[in-house]
Design a protein around this ligand. Structure first.
Ligand SMILES: [Zn+2]
Length: 262
């Protein structure tokens, strides 16, 4: 019998939703802590409480962003267990490196790493039978920020191919209707790309112009994230031969024009 316990970190914000979801995953009295989050004393205390009576066997992280990984190494030392991750990052260094398909055995089951680059190059999801822990690849109640739009789309298709039944994301509520959520994420990426290309066709000449059209009415706190997203989407379109980009001083002032097609 596998048991999953959510311990939510008290770090809510525009980019973290209600806070980072740390998970305690248990099988037969052995437990793995996934994404222990930032170093926040009360959160680490809550994780210790959740571990009461269990034997911790590892700490794992989905990726090295500051809301997911920084407490992992300290917790690994404190619990005297290995720390699993794909690569080094700010404030994080795995003791055991995972590749796509690497298993972490515990109890009578195993957590299997699924490399899902896109949100970050080092991002892992973790499969546990029909469950998938999705980190920031797919989150509850929102879309995510993507560093590499082409890789991200491939990783969404990869996760769709696993056909999980239930998703446990890095932020927001868990998602029992996995298939529908993954399909919506794929449709959203396709739609965003068409919106960005459409804005260029309609005369938007810079990243800032496109953000004004595609993200009309956006919370100013999310403006920088939107600029980054449009720039990422344009980089994919550039690599596919749809547009030409001329870098400005900042991402927002990067100019864009359509490639003339015969
Ligand atoms: Zn992240």
């Amino acid at each position: 019998m596998t048991r999953i316990e959510l311990v939510r970190a008290p770090n809510p914000g525009p980019l973290t939703g209600p806070g980072t979801n740390s998970y305690l995953i248990e099988s037969e009295g052995e437990a793995i802590v996934l994404d222990p989050g930032p170093v926040i004393d009360e959160h680490l205390a809550a994780i210790r409480v959740a571990l009461t009576g269990l034997t911790p066997v590892g700490v794992a992280v989905t990726h090295t962003h500051p809301d997911h990984a920084p407490s992992a190494n300290g917790l690994g030392v404190e619990l005297d267990v290995p720390v699993f991750g794909f690569a080094d990052g700010p404030g994080f260094m795995p003791t055991d490196r995972l590749e796509d398909g690497s298993p972490i055995g515990f109890g009578v089951t195993e957590l299997v790493a699924v490399h899902t680059p896109g949100h970050t190059a080092d991002h892992l999801c973790f499969r546990l039978g029909e469950y998938l822990f999705t980190g920031d690849h797919i989150v509850g109640g929102s879309t995510v920020i993507v560093e590499d739009a082409a890789a991200y789309m491939s990783s969404l298709e990869k996760v769709a191919g696993l056909d999980p039944a239930h998703l446990y994301p890095g932020h927001g509520p868990d998602l029992p209707d996995a298939r529908r959520v993954i399909d919506e994420y794929i449709a959203h990426r396709v739609e965003r790309e068409q919106q960005v290309l459409g804005a260029v066709r309609n005369g938007a000449g810079t990243v800032d112009d496109i953000v004004d059209v595609v993200y009309a009415g956006l919370d100013p706190a999310l403006r920088m994230a939107a600029v980054f997203q449009v720039h990422t989407q344009l980089t994919k379109l550039k690599n596919e031969g749809w547009v030409v980009l001329d870098a400005g001083g900042a991402q927002g002032t990067t100019s864009v024009r359509l490639v003339e097609r015969a």
